[in-house]
Design a binder for this molecule. Structure first.
Ligand SMILES: C[S@@+](CC[C@H](N)C(=O)[O-])C[C@H]1O[C@@H](n2cnc3c(N)ncnc32)[C@H](O)[C@@H]1O
Length: 440
């Protein structure tokens, strides 16, 4: 992250905003990959953390103009089958590691790309291949990301049959002109159709993603989008503030035109998220993180997020995926041929890694949990033996003085103003060597 894009009322310029992990990806390196293999060859501790499986399905009908993920829009059925076979074989490589002996997945995440791009048959075949190595019968949550226009009623039943409990729809907006300008593959009628089918299929939890700050956004259009999302009564709503990493088409096109990217500034985007949160709160929803509101009830949790942000192990499979196991971060090779080539040789397809120190693990959990809106001093005392209010006194006092946080009896609570810009506040908690460097 270039810190200059995080200044309070700055324009939305090229650069990342979302802090997904710590230490920054830019300090992970190939030289640490042997540490991963050594760690996997050792048994897990007697009381291992929760564990999850992430599968990257990198196919899409179209690349969105704001997309910065590793996705392919040009793969045929044979390519997709080869990828699925590789992915299942990769799961098999992990299943054989002593580190995972006897362990079960607590959560599973099909991410993308677009998992729902797969046909019902491709999906069944993938799961059948993976389940030869490992199942997710014990998982408390299985999430599946969908692009609304790829869904059909029978496909949703197939998705339900493979154990998915949490369906996440990439709606982003309801205005067809905005959807088109931003390169989305779907239009609004497909959203409503898919949602009805999904409700009919009986998923425990349906989440809707929106983005505040798409190209062409206005106050009136945003209010309309929030109203339509609320009328659908989803179990949860996720709102991301549009960020423009360097590899997005919006950045490339605006650079070519010698113009600033046509996206609202950060204070406007925060105002839009604030509006969405307030509207949903009026309807009884509760803010559960800087990005999410949930309808209180038995299915309002998000195991993937909460486990990961409390130090769970996660095996990330697929091209360019990220993992963390036993305090070591690692990423897969990010080119198709390299990734599948390694697996064909029965090697883990790793590209770079970083063993995190105890202090870095503490910082990581602290900043990720701040995204939930509050941290518990008791939790950090118990897990790390650290008084966070002393260890991070400088950063916490500054946030309190700026009206971004309050120190409470339990720990630290962000104000709404702080929560809405939380990713911009987190680098203050980084170790000094990580503060003014590139994030990705
Ligand atoms: C990995 S994407 C997958 C979306 C899925 N392929 C679809 O078409 O719905 C998951 C979510 O990330 C969010 N996202 C993607 N790019 C973004 C960006 N540049 N800024 C903010 N949020 C973004 C969107 O809300 C999207 O639904």
């Amino acid at each position: 992250m270039e810190l200059d894009v995080l200044k309070d009322d700055s324009q939305t310029e090229a650069g990342s905003y979302f802090v997904a992990n710590y230490p920054p990806f830019s300090v992970w390196s190939a030289e640490h990959v042997p540490v991963v293999r050594a760690m996997l060859a050792e048994p897990a501790p007697a009381d291992p953390p929760a564990m999850g499986l992430y599968m990257h399905i990198p196919f899409c009908r179209k690349r969105c103009k704001f997309c910065y993920f590793r996705v392919y829009t040009d793969r045929n059925a044979r390519d997709i089958d080869a990828y699925m076979e590789g992915l299942a074989a990769e799961v098999g490589l992990y299943a054989d590691q002593p580190r995972f002996a006897g362990r079960q997945f607590d959560f599973v995440y099909f991410g993308g790309g677009t998992p729902s791009y797969l046909s019902a048959d491709q999906l069944r075949r993938l799961v059948e291949r993976i389940n030869r190595h490992w199942t997710w019968d014990a998982a408390r949550e299985v999430t599946f990301e969908c692009e609304p226009g790829t869904l059909q009623e029978h496909k949703l039943h197939a998705i339900k049959e493979i154990g998915v409990t949490r369906l996440s729809l990439g709606v982003e907006h309801f205005d067809d002109e905005i959807l088109e300008i931003n390169g989305r593959a779907h239009h609004s009628p497909e959203i409503f159709r898919a949602y009805e089918w999904a409700r009919g299929a009986g998923f425990q939890q349906i989440n809707i993603d929106l983005i505040a700050g798409m190209v062409g956004e206005t106050d009136a259009k945003w209010q309309d989008a929030v109203g339509r999302a609320l009328a659908m009564s989803p179990d949860s709503l996720t709102v991301y503030q549009m960020e423009l990493p360097h590899n997005t088409r919006i950045v490339r096109e605006s650079r070519d035109a010698g113009a600033a990217p046509p996206v609202a500034d950060w204070s406007t985007k925060r105002r839009w998220v604030d509006y969405a949160f307030a509207e949903f709160e009026r309807a009884g929803y509760v803010v559960s993180s800087a990005y999410t509101v949930v309808k209180p009830g038995p299915h309002s949790g998000f195991v993937y997020r909460d486990a990961l942000w409390h130090g769970a192990d996660m095996v990330g499979t697929g091209v360019a995926s990220f993992s963390q196991v036993g305090g070591v971060h690692f990423q897969n090779l990010d080119q198709w041929d390299d990734y599948l080539g390694a697996i064909a040789k029965r090697e883990l397809p790793l590209s770079r890694a970083l063993p995190a120190s105890a202090h870095q693990r503490l910082v990581r959990e602290l900043i990720l949990q701040l995204k939930l809106g509050a941290i518990s001093a008791e939790y950090f005392r118990g897990k790390f033996g650290v008084e966070v209010r002393e260890e991070f006194a400088g950063a916490i006092d500054a946030l309190a003085a700026e009206g971004m946080a309050q120190v409470t009896d339990e720990g630290v609570r962000l104000t709404r103003a702080g929560l809405l810009r939380v990713d911009g506040l987190l680098p203050r908690f980084f170790e000094p060597a990580h503060r003014n460097i590139r994030y990705t």
